[in-house]
Design a protein around this ligand. Structure first.
Ligand code: GLV
Length: 309
């Protein structure tokens, strides 16, 4: 019985050592040095090569080394009858929350204006709206979005949450479905997208949505890049409809050097760094999920084929 580890830039030695201690009965095979394909029962993957996962006929589960599963599903031949288990670990959730908070404060306290002023040696203080007058709109209320929304509410922000199906989150006013999205966009001063990439979210934030946003409001994207229409976002920033955007995820990653986001004065680019997978907490969660499957229990959270997340 063996576990396949397929993460090109991962720390394979560390994962191998940890698995040798935590699951000594399983052999640990590091892609591309995979022995008998029939032995592979679990595939631990980040961006597995297209066409590879179909080579293992006895897979019990594919375990994503990340919260999103689009890096797996870009392969049309991923076996349809094998559960895909997502990774939502507390450390990444905490770090994503802090990342979102950083940008919210950056915009609320005008740090983006001070950075511009410093370049020109301008000493000019700007007034700022109290956090109680800021409304944070969190798009996506799953394992990442819900704690982010809660954190902002606990800090005293007014928080609106939006998701596909209706959710209830303490101290957060929840909205659901496309019909209710315009209200969230119209009321929010800072919109934070944590949306996964699905057929329903691709291109969701386009010129119509930007025109529904409050004039001068801010956008933070820590979900998936293709949810945003890049050209429409640049137009909304150039027209002043949006104040600024902090983007961590992109349609194409790494963001191509010629992409206009790099040089746009009101776009802040980070290299998909909001909540990187932390090896040890990820390993604990994955080992726990393998343990559950071995005992005949359901792993958690399982990617939902119907919903696409
Ligand atoms: C990162 O984007 C992830 O899916 O974990």
């Amino acid at each position: 019985m063996s576990i396949l580890f397929s993460w090109e830039n991962g720390n394979a030695d560390l994962w191998q050592r940890e698995f040798a201690t935590r699951l000594p009965s399983q052999q640990f095979q590091i892609f591309p040095d995979v022995g008998a394909v029939d032995d592979v029962e679990y595939a631990l993957v980040w961006m597995p090569p297209i066409g590879d996962l179909k080579r293992y006929p006895n897979l019990k589960a594919i375990l994503s080394i990340g919260a999103g599963c689009d890096h797996i599903l870009r392969d049309p031949d991923v076996p349809k009858n094998v559960p895909i288990v997502r990774l939502v670990d507390d450390v990444s959730v905490r770090d994503m929350s802090h990342f979102a908070l950083h940008w919210a404060l950056h915009f609320q306290r005008n740090f983006y204006l001070y950075a511009e002023q410093q370049r020109d040696g301008i000493w000019q203080r700007h007034s700022y709206r109290d956090i109680s007058q800021h409304c944070i709109g969190v798009l996506g209320l799953g394992g990442m979005g819900t704690p982010i929304a809660r954190m902002f509410a606990n800090l005293g922000f007014e928080v609106l949450g939006w998701s596909r199906g209706r959710k209830a989150v303490d101290a957060v006013t929840c909205f659901a479905g496309l019909d209710e999205l315009p209200e969230v966009l119209a009321k929010s001063t800072i919109v934070i997208s944590v949306l996964p990439l699905t057929s329903e979210t691709a291109g969701l934030l386009n010129c119509d949505r930007f025109s529904q946003m409050k004039a001068g409001s801010f956008l933070v994207n820590i979900g998936r890049g293709p949810v945003i229409n890049d050209a429409n976002l640049i137009a909304a920033l150039d027209e002043g409809q949006l104040g600024a955007a902090a983007l961590d995820v992109f349609d194409v990653e790494p963001l191509p050097t010629e992409h206009p986001f790099w040089k746009h004065p009101r776009v802040y680019v980070t290299p998909h760094a909001a909540g990187p997978t932390k090896d040890i907490s990820a390993i604990k969660q994955i080992v726990g999920n393998i343990g559950k499957i071995e005992k005949g229990e359901d792993p958690h959270p399982v990617w939902n084929r119907q919903l696409g997340y």
